[in-house]
Write a new protein. Sequence first.
Length: 297
Amino acid sequence: MLLQEKMKNTKFSPSEEIVIDFILTKQERIKDYSTTMIAGETYTSPSLLVRISKKLGFSGYNNFKNAFLEEVQYLHKSHLNIDANQPFLKTDSIMNIANKITQLKTESLNDTLSLIHHDTLQKAVRALQKSNTVKVFGVSNLSFPAEEFIFKLRHIGKNAEVFVLNSNIYQEAMMANSNDLGICLSYSGESGEIIKIANILKKKNVPIIAITSIGENSLTRLADIVLRVTTREKSYSKIGAYSSLESISLILDVLYSCFFTTAYDQHYTFKTELAKNTESREITNLIIQENEQNEKE
């Protein structure tokens, strides 16, 4: 749920409602207002703002204000030119469709990049470094980017596993320990299976990275680190998950790439040696031939 939706749906006292309406009306301009200024314009008190913030799940007004501004700024500046739910029409030519899907994916990538924050990303990379094994949990089509992420990690010598919905997925979560890292993928953040897994990981003191949509949801409340994906698709009324899957793939690619640089030479040597010994193939395309193969010819 978006913070603004929560503000509208939470039950407040009449005086609290006045403050909530004031903040929602001001939107991004609220950054220039202190608690004293808001209290003065709404004929309330600064302590009321602290009470409202805590009622919304924040430790204080500054935390609430920062979260509110972050959400407002994202929603105001990030408008995709292509509809993420219906990116093409039945009357579009095949080349129009090709162009629209390409544009949608490009816009989704840029939108995702705007949601990546240095400190949060750094925490996620450090969690990867510290872990003995990375365990990724996803359901349905989210298993595709998850499997690619795990494939890359394993090919640089990092212990990593991916688990999709089956009878063993909860057992795998139960067998994790505090030296592991759980990465939970859920666009809505409300997938019942993923929430159950996250609860298990939490009880086992396993650090959790959530990759999910903006706003507060059940998964973000359980996670230690939250990485946000572009949030433009509806739950059901979409032709395909073009935008969200592209966004999740980018987040995982960025995570892998940043982790790679923590021991760049070691990871590069491991990967290239593994590829040389296990991925031998005859290549006739000069563009993708390795230098060694060119020299032999």
